[in-house]
Design a protein around this ligand. Structure first.
Ligand code: SF4
Length: 402
């Protein structure tokens, strides 16, 4: 693995098996025919790249010149193999859509001097924690105040909500790269240009948000690298997958043989016993509630009459007394001061113990420096398990076990 990218990490969360075939096994697949939407997108990117390349040197291309670049690139790739995903549409529809996007963008941004272009289709390399990353910035520029602008052109026919854009990791990762490559203290504005809608989202990111993103990415990569199964995730995306020949979901020869009777019986018996267990758990909850209420009543009565036991018609209930010291709990006020005092008195080692769930969480959150992480790994053993977490009944009702 030479480097990671934002799209590579997203690929894992769409289908771990496809991720493995593509990025780990690097299974060669025949070059697939291009989809018309991807063709339109790449031709628009090419035209806008040339437009800003020339504008950087003061040569403003006319709209006709920009559209010629777009049309020439689009037309040279039209073939019978071109995939048209939406029934009833032709390459001509997409060709015109793309032209309209360029036309509106040209009109809105002429004469393209709002900011000073620094790089175009910039292949940026940077580190996220200990992991090398790479990305491509459509246009990097500086505004009049010297603030970096990271521009990304989107040719999708869907306009995402602002919440989706806020959660987008792509441009925020590029910002981490800009800080590393130019200036750690630099500010930057992030622009998502949705060309079809002539709508631009613009956001900035705080240091805290970038730090959080870095931690999340490190955590995701560790999860990816330690996945022992890379299970296939069957979805609508399988229709567009280039690796179907290597995936058991789509290739019968790779599928396991018919399930033996004893396993099928085990599945049915599991479901039956699982239902019985759920019923017992509910029953147990009711009994616990009753016992707790009854205990309160009995103890109150015993206290009033100074009794140490109470006899019923079938048995006697002794009332036992115990006591213990109460110290501030982890959420209580005064806990921190209490812990500091224990440490000052050299009592901490005698009363504290290792909190392994907390250590696990810190590791998963990527909170340790690489050296500390590696040293901790020398003490740890990674336990992976496959388990049944829910039962899906044929009537599509899902029930989860706790
Ligand atoms: S066919 Fe579907 S399940 Fe199989 S690798 Fe491709 S996307 Fe994943």
């Amino acid at each position: 693995m030479n480097h990671y990218s934002n799209s590579q990490i997203s690929a894992y969360f769409k289908c771990p098996r496809r991720y493995k075939l593509q990025y780990i096994d690097k299974v060669p697949v025949p070059k697939l025919a291009k989809g018309v939407e991807a063709l339109m997108g790449s031709s628009i990117h090419l035209a806008l790249q040339e437009l800003y390349k020339q504008a950087k040197f003061g040569n403003i291309l006319s709209f006709e010149q920009v559209s010629q670049i777009y049309l020439a690139d689009f037309d040279k790739s039209i073939s019978d193999e071109l995939i048209i995903p939406r029934p009833g549409l032709t390459p001509e529809h997409y060709r015109n859509n793309g032209l309209q996007m360029i036309s509106k963008f040209y009109e809105a941004n002429y004469p393209f001097q709002q900011s000073q272009t620094v790089e175009l289709e910039y292949r940026i390399r940077f580190m996220v924690g200990p992991y090398p990353f790479v990305g491509i910035i459509d246009r990097l520029s500086l505004d009049q105040q010297g603030v970096f602008e990271i521009h990304d052109y989107k040719t999708s026919l869907n306009l995402p909500t602002i919440e989706t854009i806020e959660d987008d990791t792509q441009l925020a990762l590029y910002l981490i790269g800009i800080k590393q490559n130019y200036d750690p203290k630099t500010e930057a504005k992030l622009y998502w240009h949705f060309l079809y809608f002539q709508h631009t989202y613009q956001l900035t990111k705080t240091e805290e948000e970038l730090k959080q993103l870095e931690e999340t990415m490190v955590q995701k990569i560790r999860m990816i690298e330690r996945d022992p199964y890379y299970l296939p995730n069957e979805s609508a995306l399988c229709d567009w997958c280039s690796y179907t020949d290597f995936c058991p979901v789509k290739t019968p020869a790779l599928q396991p043989p018919e399930t033996p009777d004893e396993v099928l019986e085990a599945v049915d018996e599991y479901v039956e016993q699982w239902r019985a267990l759920q019923a017992l758990k509910q029953q147990a909850k009711k009994i616990e509630t009753f016992l707790s209420e009854a205990e309160k009543l009995i103890i109150e009565y015993a206290k009033q009459h100074e009794l140490t036991q109470l006899a019923g018609s079938k048995a006697t209930l002794p009332i036992s007394e115990s006591w213990q010291y109460q110290f501030p709990l982890s959420t209580d006020k005064g806990r921190k001061e209490f812990e500091i005092w224990l440490k000052e008195q050299n009592l901490w080692d005698d009363v504290s113990s290792l909190n392994t769930p907390r250590l696990n969480k810190l590791l998963k959150d990527g909170r340790f420096e690489p050296e500390t992480y590696e040293a901790l790994m020398a003490f740890s053993q990674m336990l992976h398990k496959l388990e049944i977490k829910k039962v899906i009944f044929s009537e599509k009702q899902e029930e989860e076990s706790d």
